[in-house]
Write a protein that binds this ligand. Structure first.
Ligand SMILES: Nc1nc2c(c(=O)[nH]1)N[C@H]1C(S)=C(S)[C@@H](COP(=O)(O)O)O[C@H]1N2
Ligand SMILES: [Mo]
Length: 250
């Protein structure tokens, strides 16, 4: 494992917790639930997922971030709470250097051709989840619909948590393994995993896959995202960035 191999890298995102305390009993309860979850039916796993997500948002100890969430995922948010968006309130806007700005509702996104990919997920802090299905609309489809202007070079992503951001070059954004994901693990994206819509960048470290996606802006240069301003690599290819040598996810 080459965690912390890059000395320029800041304290990793397991370490940045804030909010009000969670009782020791809650944490121990989650540990117990995790142990039970190993042998449990899918619905139990989901309940555990939700419990952990809620507690992790208010866990200054960072302990819950170190616990395996459902299916091996860990819950991350850089903000203390994130609003819920549903069928009625959710919008995804596309703007910037495009001929046709757009605002998509969930139903609009579902009506477009869907792509399903099954790849490993790799977080830059070291954890990996094998063979996770993601499903949604190719980002390239939305870019084509918007009519990207010739001077455009990059895409910036913003989130309705009000804090997180990400970016890709236009070339990366057009890859067929970059999705506007509506489903993960063959069910609608839950709130903890960035639902109703998150970005999914299959070949890159999971910090690229911005949760709670609300904005796509076509730009003339790459603007480093939230973690990239704090030291992570902008080109986040799994196994070829951040001083790590993980097995590629694609
Ligand atoms: N909006 C938002 N997106 C985010 C993050 C975040 O804190 N906020 N964390 C990133 C990181 S570092 C990882 S590893 C994954 C975690 O996704 P998960 O919570 O579904 O496991 O989301 C990425 N996208
Ligand atoms: Mo991560």
């Amino acid at each position: 494992m080459t965690k912390d191999a890059n000395p320029a890298r800041p304290a990793d995102h397991d370490g940045d917790r804030r909010g009000t305390p969670v009782g020791r009993r809650v944490v121990l309860g989650m540990l117990a639930a995790g142990a039970a979850g190993v042998a449990a039916a899918p619905y139990l796993q989901r309940a555990y997922d939700e419990t952990l997500g809620a507690a992790a948002q208010n866990d200054p100890t960072g302990l819950s971030g170190l616990l395996p969430a459902g299916g091996g995922f860990r819950y991350y948010s850089v903000t203390g709470s994130v609003p819920d968006k549903d069928e009625h309130s959710y919008r995804l806007t596309v703007d910037g250097l495009v001929r046709h700005r757009a605002s998509y509702r969930l139903a609009d996104l579902r009506a477009l051709p869907q792509t399903r990919l099954v790849r490993d997920v790799q977080c830059v802090t070291g954890w990996r989840v094998p063979r996770t299905p993601f499903e949604g609309v190719r980002l390239a489809t939305l870019l084509d619909a918007a009519g990207v202007r010739p001077e455009a070079k990059a895409v910036r992503f913003t989130c309705f948590d009000g804090a997180y951001s990400e970016s890709l070059t236009l070339e990366q954004a057009r890859r067929h393994d970059v999705l506007i994901a509506l489903r993960m693990q063959d069910r609608p994206l839950g709130h903890d995993h960035g639902g109703p819509v998150r970005l999914y960048v299959a070949p890159m470290y999971f910090y690229k896959s911005a949760k709670w996606l609300s904005g796509i802006t076509v730009t003339d240069h790459v603007q480093p995202g939230y973690w990239e301003q704090l030291g992570y690599d902008v080109d986040a290819w799994v196994g070829r960035s951040n001083g790590r040598d993980d097995v590629p996810t694609t």
